[in-house]
Design a protein around this ligand. Structure first.
Ligand code: ADP
Length: 472
């Protein structure tokens, strides 16, 4: 079942239910009130006639009273205590026979429909001396009967009032209420159906756009924003934001793949050319040229394997592979890194200005990779006469590692970009053709994963200061 149909059914069903309840209750109150009112009138009339009859001095006077009483619009009969008829008004002659004794003995009969019991009664009949009942005329019409004892119980007065008019009015009112409930239900169902279509139109647009995007396999399309900024408007806007971020990620991925292939092509071309040279024209080459070709191919191979290792690290980072979490003695890690770096150095002097024993939680191999990337850059971009210093101290809940060199530095225009993948600034690019442009992005990812930060500060020509902060 569609959401639209369900909404319309719920809306129509609930409203119909409420309207039906209101109509039924109005019918109950309306019906009961009218019949109760009538009972009150009948009782008052009967009591009045009883008073008059009891005060009448002669039989003639009583006959006169009975005949005059029909002006009240009701019929009256007088029976003796055994039920024999003693006299009646002429109006009562046309009314149904209602044995006063059986009326008195029968269980009380409600004149109103059963639903009337739900409504409050109009007046309290307790204390009333008489008994109410209902009798049917020969034509099927109903009469309200009230039997009240008089003259000390020796006689019974029966008052009869036709219910024909009020029965007709109340059943007409009942039909009207039923009709209203049905019409109300239909109207709310149809308006619910129309409203649901209007409300769900943006969802339909969203669905078709999402379908088109799925087919086109690009994220450049956007959902048209509805004019109202309601829940569906917010949904559409959020959907667009999601598309924009997917688009960004998709483009970045495409750029990354193209940059990676580009970076790989250069060393592969060099290796291929040198191997062709060695294979095809080996006899024409001098020993020196052969050695050069082999060395160059070897250098490119090691660059390629570095590149692949870096790409692997970044692929792991992108895939969200979790890092190990264990207590790491940062001072030991830094010492190991400096020790290894000394072998790579081409004459640069190393110094450790401060080395506080510090423990952080994290992955020791990754942290080593982070510092190695920084120290490796310091070596690559610092002349052999330069100096590289490292320090480690704890401050403000963080372990702070500073690696400073006296090398070529980074121009302020390049500084904001050095953490981008494959970004390499001049003159570093021409100076060190072996770099990959992935060292700093990897370092930043590792720092992020440890809940830390990494910052680079530099003045071109005056070296670089790298500061890494990791939570203790
Ligand atoms: P790579 O060093 O392999 O080129 P990185 O991501 O490590 O790649 O560094 C990106 C760029 O930032 C480098 O190409 C270089 O231009 C610059 N850079 C990083 N560290 C230093 C440094 N210590 N001194 C000068 N330039 C640096």
């Amino acid at each position: 079942m569609s959401l639209r149909l369900r909404l319309a059914l719920w809306y129509g069903g609930l409203t119909t239910g409420v309207v039906a309840l209101v109509c039924a209750y109005s019918y109950a109150v309306h019906g009961r009130t009218h019949y109760d009112e009538l009972d009150g009138v009948l009782r008052a009339m009967a009591n009045h006639v009883v008073e008059e009859l009891e005060a009448a001095p002669t039989t003639d006077a009583r006959v006169g009273i009975l005949n005059a009483s029909q002006l009240l619009g009701a019929g009256f009969r007088v029976h003796d205590s055994r039920g024999a008829l003693l006299g009646q008004s002429s109006f009562a002659e046309a009314s149904p026979r209602a044995e006063p004794l059986s009326v008195q003995q029968a269980a009380p009969v409600r004149p109103y429909p059963w639903i009337g019991v739900l409504a409050p009664g109009l007046h309290n009949a307790t204390g009333s001396r008489g008994t109410f009942g209902v009798a049917r005329g020969p034509d099927g019409s109903r009469w309200r009967v009230y039997v009240v004892p008089m003259r000390g119980g020796n006689e019974l007065l029966t008052a009869l009032l036709p219910l024909r008019h009020i029965d007709a009015t109340i059943s007409q009112f009942g039909r009207l209420m039923l009709l209203m409930a049905i019409i109300g239900g239909l109207v709310t169902f149809v308006s619910g159906w129309v409203l649901a279509r209007r409300a769900l139109r943006p969802v339909a647009t969203l669905t078709s756009t999402a379908g088109a995007i799925a087919q086109s396999r690009t994220f450049s399309r956007r959902v048209p924003l509805p004019r109202e900024r309601d829940e569906l408007g917010v949904l559409a806007a959020t959907f667009n934001e999601m598309l924009a971020s997917l688009d960004d990620a998709y483009q970045a991925q495409a750029r990354f793949v193209s940059a990676a292939s580009h970076e790989m092509r250069a060393p592969l071309t060099v290796i291929q050319a040198n191997l062709e040279l060695l294979h095809g024209r080996a006899e024409h080459l001098t020993e020196h040229d052969r050695g050069h070709a082999i060395r160059e191919a070897w250098q490119e191979t090691s660059r390629l394997s570095r590149l692949v290792a870096d790409l692997l690290s970044l692929a792991r980072a992108d895939a969200g592979v979790p890092l190990r979490r264990e207590a790491v003695e940062l001072d030991r890690v830094l010492l190991t890194v400096i020790g290894e770096a000394r072998h790579l150095a081409q004459g640069q002097r190393f110094e450790i200005s401060e080395l506080a024993p510090t423990i952080v939680t994290g992955d020791p191999d990754r942290l080593k990779q982070l510092f190695l990337n920084l120290v490796d850059n310091a070596i690559k971009y610092t002349p052999p006469t330069g100096r590289i210093s490292a320090s480690l101290r704890a401050a403000g809940g963080y372990a702070e590692v500073v690696i400073r060199d006296t090398g070529i530095g980074i121009a302020s225009a390049d500084l904001p970009h050095v953490f981008e993948r494959f970004y390499r600034a001049e003159p570093a690019r021409s100076r060190d053709p072996g770099g990959t442009g992935l060292g700093l992005p990897i370092a930043r990812w590792i720092a992020d994963q440890h809940g830390g930060t990494i910052e680079l500060a530099s003045v071109a020509g005056h070296g670089v200061t790298a500061v890494v902060r990791l939570p203790l």
